[in-house]
Design a protein around this ligand. Structure first.
Ligand code: AMP
Ligand code: TRP
Length: 395
């Protein structure tokens, strides 16, 4: 029997790894493995009820990194949220359009990603799930925020450079040709801020790579509140949202180049595991993952990044600590270890994959979910936009 089977036998294997446990009210919190990067906690403290908002672009099938780094964190948050908390998850089609997209593919991806969210466990009765592009208030607020965003601040951000570089297969950001930069990509973070602020969000669960965007969003909330104070007794319009980051063990690296993140844009399809990959494909990709020639298993991301990545993945799937996993496998061969990693990943993906295959064909259901999600979303943002119009003089 594999070491993995022995380990999980008799214990319910959690679909929701410990690294996905996130900020939850203390009465429901079990383990907190997340980093909270709110710079000034006292300014952001009143977080009951919480408003949690996150978004994902409809740009291709999610991979293991998206699942462990984002989607399952959302499901975890949903499971642990207090009844009065609002949970809002958006498929951000307008953000996707900031890079060239094939219209037919975008349309299919838009529906597929909704099926993925539901397949992973987002419950449309508990959470609001909707398409950003079906709520025009995001665009309206983005315009107003554009008018208080300094060009210099956006220009200093590195994300547009990285996105442009990735879309052109440039080796690094310095190779980016700025003449190819469109205004939409440049102001991408402002639209993201509008997504977040339109709901008066208090918590934003996204990866570390989004830190600059959340900081800009917080800056814009402060600037707006200062610039448009309203009357003497009016409260500030926007709370300062907190960035909630899953612990670093959920940063999944490329299976072919463990110095970079697993990503949708890498030209090598064997560098990532997709939600739609079969058990056989998962096994093959993990068997061929780049490791090293050192005997046995240990956990050191500096000297053994390939092995450490697989240890992280297995630990995340098992809800265990990577160090404990490494000790358990210390004397096992790479082949045995990889077999167990593949088995654990298949265990994590098979349920959502089956559910995705069922849901993706149920177009009427998907359309009804997105329609009611957009209506619920607009009910909230209508109120914010009304306040914003009043504060800015647009009434
Ligand atoms: P993207 O695929 O860049 O649109 O990212 C969607 C979400 O998945 C974001 O919250 C990212 O932080 C997260 N994410 C993307 N790639 C990874 C990865 N390799 N490991 C962990 N999280 C990831
Ligand atoms: N920029 C985010 C990403 O690439 C997606 C996103 C758009 C988002 N709007 C958002 C995430 C609002 C959180 C909140 O992953």
């Amino acid at each position: 029997m594999s070491l993995l089977r022995q380990h999980v036998r008799g214990a319910a294997r959690s679909l929701f790894p410990s690294c996905l446990l996130s900020h939850s009210p203390s009465h429901v919190r079990r383990t907190v493995h997340t980093k909270d990067v709110a710079q000034n906690a006292s300014q952001t403290r009143p977080t009951h009820p919480r408003v949690v908002f996150s978004g994902i672009q409809p740009t291709g099938m999610p991979h293991l990194g998206n699942m462990l780094g984002a989607l399952m964190n959302w499901v975890k948050l949903q499971r642990e949220a207090a009844p009065e908390d609002k949970l809002i998850f958006s498929i951000v089609g307008w953000h996707a359009l900031t890079l060239p997209q094939d219209p037919k593919e975008l349309s299919a991806a838009r529906r597929e990603i909704l099926a993925v969210l539901l397949a992973c466990g987002i419950d449309p009765k508990r959470s609001i799930v909707f398409h950003q592009d079906e709520n025009r208030h995001h665009a309206e607020l983005a315009w107003i925020l554009n008018c208080i965003t300094p060009m210099g601040k956006l220009h200093r951000m590195t994300t547009w450079k990285s996105r442009l570089a990735a879309s052109r297969n440039a080796r690094d950001d310095s190779e980016v040709d700025e003449s190819l930069l469109n205004v939409g990509l440049f102001t991408y973070p402002v639209l993201q801020a509008a997504d977040i602020l339109a709901y008066k969000t208090t918590h934003v669960p996204v990866g570390e790579d989004q830190q600059q965007h959340i900081e800009l969003c917080r800056d814009l909330a402060v600037t707006f509140n200062k610039t448009f104070k309203g009357g003497k007794d009016d409260p500030p319009v926007f709370p300062l949202p907190r960035h909630v980051i899953p612990s670093t063990s959920c940063r999944v690296l490329s299976l072919k180049d463990p110095s970079s993140k697993m990503s949708k844009s890498s030209p090598d399809v064997n560098s990532r595991i997709l939600l739609t990959d079969s058990a056989e494909q998962i096994n093959k990709k993990i068997r061929r993952a780049v490791t090293d020639s050192i005997t046995g298993i240990s956990y050191d991301s500096d000297t053994r990044p390939g092995i450490a990545n697989l240890v992280d993945i297995l630990a995340a799937c098992e809800d265990a600590k990577p160090q404990d996993v490494a000790v358990r496998y210390a004397n096992r061969s790479h082949a045995e270890f990889k077999m167990d990693v593949a088995e654990a990943v298949e265990g994590l993906m098979s349920g959502p994959r089956r559910e995705f295959e069922r849901l993706r064909r149920d177009i009427a259901y998907l359309d009804s979910v997105s329609k009611s999600g957009a209506a619920r979303a607009m009910e909230i943002t209508e109120k914010t936009i009304d306040e914003v119009r009043k504060r800015t003089g647009l009434y």
